[in-house]
Design a protein. Structure first.
Lengths: 224, 310
C-alpha cells in the first residue's frame, strides 16, 4: 500500500523539515514585529498609534497568498530585492516566504499581545506610574511580562495557524510539504494514502505544539 | 485595562515635548523608508502614470479582468459560507450531544479537519474530483476550493458554536428544562439564538478567513479568481505593482464591508434583546484559533473556562 513511498525520489522528510524551518523563523520574526506593533498601538505618540493601527488593518485583511506571491513576483523579480540570495534559488524563495509570513502573522501576534495588555489590572500600571516609571518602563517591566503570561494560549493558536499557513509557500515554489504532496498525487495513482500521510504529518506537527503550550499557559498564567 | 491611557500619565510640558521628538523621529524613519521604496519603484518604472492609468481610463481592465475575478471570488466565498455555516452549527451541536455515537464522530471530524492546512484539503479535493467524479474540468477548481474551504471552516465554526453555547449562563438551560422543553427545543429556541449574538464577532472573523483563502485556489489550483487576475492584467499592461495594489485594495474593501455589516448586525441584535453578558471577543480569534481558548468566552456566567482543547 505504501509502495509509492520512494524516499529517494520524494524527499518527504526534507519537505517537512522545510515546513518546520519556515514555521520557526517566521514565528520568531512575527513575535518580535508583533510585539513592537502592539507597543506602538498603546504608545503615547499618536503617529505610532496610527501607523500600528493602519498596518494591522491593512495586512490582516489581505490574503496571505497575495502577500506571498507579491513578495516573490514584485519584491524579488521586479524590484530585485532578493533577500541577499541568488535569484531563482530555493534560498531566495524560502527567505521571501519567511518575510511574507512575518508581515502577515505579526498582525495577529499584535492583536493577541494587545488583548493580553487588556487583561492586566489597571492598578498594576497605576502603581508603576505612582513610582515614577516612564511609559517605556511601565510597558517593558510591569505590563508586558504579565500580558505575555496571559496570552500563551492565544499565541499558541497563532503558532499552529502559522504552521498550517506555511503551506502557502507552495505558491512561490518553496519545496515544502504541500508542494511535495501536489507533485506526489500527480505522479502516483494513490491519492488516499498520500493525502493521509501528509495529513498525519501536519497533525504530528500541530498537536504537540497545542498540548505543550496549553500546559505551559496554565503553568505561567497569573493567578488572580 | 481597556482605556490604555492608564499606561502613561497625562503628558506635561516635558513629556509632550518628548512625544513630539519621538513622533518626529518615527516619521523620519517612515519617510526614509518610503523614500527608499519610492526611489526603488521609480528606478524600475513601476510608478509611471502609464502603469496606473488603465485602472482609471480603460474600462476593459475592469470588465475583462477585475470584475470577473471578483465575481469568481464572491461565488467561491459565498458558496463556502452558505454551506459551512449550517454544517458548522450542526457539527458544533453534534459535539454537545448526549449520545456518544453523535458526539464522538462529530468531535473526530472537527479535530481532524481543523488540524490540516486548508491547502492540503483543496489539493486533495481537486484530485479526488478528477479521479472519481465526472465533474467538468472547467468547474473542478471551484468545486475543489469550495470543498476545501467548507471542510476546514465548518470545523472551525463548529468550535465557535460550541464555545458560544457553553458560554451561556447555566440558568438558561435549567429554566428551559423547568418549563418542560425537550432537548431539541432547548437548543433551537433558547441556546442557539443567544449563542449567535455572543458568537458573531468570532463567526465574522472566520468569514473573513474564507474570503481570503479563496485566493489559494487562484494561486495553486488555477481557479480564475481575483488574485489570478493580477497575472492577466500584468500580461496585458505590464503593470505588476499597480495590479497587485488594486487587487489588494479590493480584498481589503471586501473584508471591511463584511466586518462593518457584521458589527451593524450585532448592534441591531444586541439592541433588540437583553444580553446575557456572554461575549466571545474576536480580538485574538486568529483565523484558525481554537475558539474554545478565546479569552472572554470565560466572561460568560458559565465560568469555569472555555472548552479549550488543553
Amino acid at each position: 500500500m505504501f509502495d509509492f513511498l520512494d524516499l529517494d525520489r520524494y524527499d518527504l522528510f526534507g519537505a517537512f523539515w522545510t515546513t518546520v524551518q519556515l514555521t520557526v523563523f517566521s514565528a520568531i520574526g512575527s513575535l518580535i514585529l508583533g510585539t513592537l506593533l502592539a507597543a506602538m498601538r498603546v504608545s503615547p505618540v499618536p503617529v505610532m498609534r496610527a501607523f500600528g493601527t493602519a498596518y494591522v488593518h491593512i495586512f490582516r485583511n489581505t490574503p496571505l497568498t497575495l502577500i506571498i506571491v507579491a513578495c516573490s513576483q514584485l519584491l524579488a523579480l521586479t524590484l530585485g530585492m532578493t533577500m541577499w540570495a541568488d535569484v531563482g534559488t530555493d534560498t531566495m524563495g524560502f527567505r521571501l516566504a519567511v518575510l511574507g509570513f512575518v508581515v502577515y502573522t505579526s498582525t495577529f501576534v499584535c492583536e493577541a499581545v494587545r488583548s493580553g495588555i487588556n487583561t492586566v489590572p489597571v492598578g498594576q500600571a497605576e502603581a508603576a506610574r505612582a513610582l515614577g516609571l516612564s511609559f517605556a518602563q511601565v510597558l517593558t517591566m510591569i505590563v508586558l511580562p504579565q500580558a505575555f503570561r496571559s496570552v500563551v494560549a492565544p499565541l499558541a493558536n497563532v503558532l499552529i495557524a502559522l504552521t498550517k499557513n506555511t503551506t502557502v509557500a507552495a505558491a512561490i515554489g518553496v519545496s515544502e510539504a504541500a508542494l511535495l504532496m501536489r507533485d506526489m498525487i500527480e505522479q502516483e495513482a494513490q491519492l488516499v494514502p498520500i493525502a493521509t500521510l501528509f495529513a498525519f504529518g501536519f497533525i504530528v506537527l500541530t498537536l504537540p505544539t497545542g498540548l505543550l503550550l496549553g500546559r505551559l499557559s496554565k503553568r505561567v498564567a497569573v493567578k488572580r | 485595562m481597556s482605556n490604555l491611557s492608564v499606561l502613561y500619565d497625562a503628558p506635561g510640558p516635558r513629556a509632550r515635548r518628548r512625544n513630539v521628538y519621538y513622533a518626529i523621529g518615527f516619521l523620519a524613519v517612515l519617510v526614509g523608508g518610503a523614500w527608499w521604496l519610492v526611489s526603488t519603484l521609480q528606478d524600475k518604472g513601476q510608478l509611471e502614470w502609464s502603469q496606473w492609468e488603465p485602472f482609471f481610463t480603460d474600462s476593459r481592465v475592469w470588465t475583462t479582468f477585475l470584475l470577473p475575478g471578483l465575481e469568481n471570488t464572491l461565488i467561491a466565498a459565498g458558496l463556502s459560507m452558505a454551506i459551512a455555516l449550517p454544517l458548522g452549527a450542526l457539527l458544533g451541536i453534534g459535539r454537545l450531544s448526549d449520545h456518544w455515537w453523535v458526539r464522538v464522530p462529530a468531535g473526530a471530524i472537527v479535530e481532524f479537519f481543523r488540524a490540516i492546512p486548508v491547502l492540503l484539503l483543496m489539493l486533495f479535493a481537486n484530485e479526488a474530483y478528477a479521479l472519481w467524479t465526472d465533474v467538468d474540468r472547467s468547474v473542478r477548481p471551484l468545486y475543489a476550493v469550495v470543498t476545501g474551504l467548507v471542510l476546514y471552516n465548518a470545523s472551525v465554526l463548529a468550535e465557535v458554536v460550541r464555545a458560544g453555547v457553553l458560554s451561556l449562563p447555566k440558568g438558561q438551560a435549567d429554566a428551559a428544562r423547568a418549563v418542560g422543553m425537550r432537548k431539541g427545543q432547548l437548543m433551537l429556541y433558547v441556546l442557539l439564538p443567544q449563542a449567535v449574538t455572543a458568537m458573531l464577532p468570532a463567526i465574522v472573523s472566520q468569514l473573513v478567513v474564507i474570503v481570503k483563502d479563496t485566493a489559494l485556489g487562484g494561486a495553486l489550483l488555477g481557479y480564475s479568481e481575483l488574485l489570478g487576475s493580477v497575472g492577466l492584467i500584468d500580461g496585458n499592461y505590464a503593470n505588476l505593482l499597480a495590479a497587485f495594489a488594486v487587487v489588494a485594495v479590493l480584498y481589503i474593501v471586501l473584508n471591511f464591508l463584511l466586518t462593518s455589516f457584521a458589527s451593524w448586525l450585532e448592534g441591531r441584535i444586541r439592541r433588540g434583546k437583553r444580553s446575557t453578558g456572554a461575549v466571545l471577543t474576536t480580538d485574538m480569534n486568529e483565523e484558525m484559533a481554537m475558539a474554545g481558548d478565546v479569552p472572554g468566552a470565560t466572561d460568560g456566567a458559565a465560568g469555569g473556562g472555555g472548552p479549550g482543547r488543553t
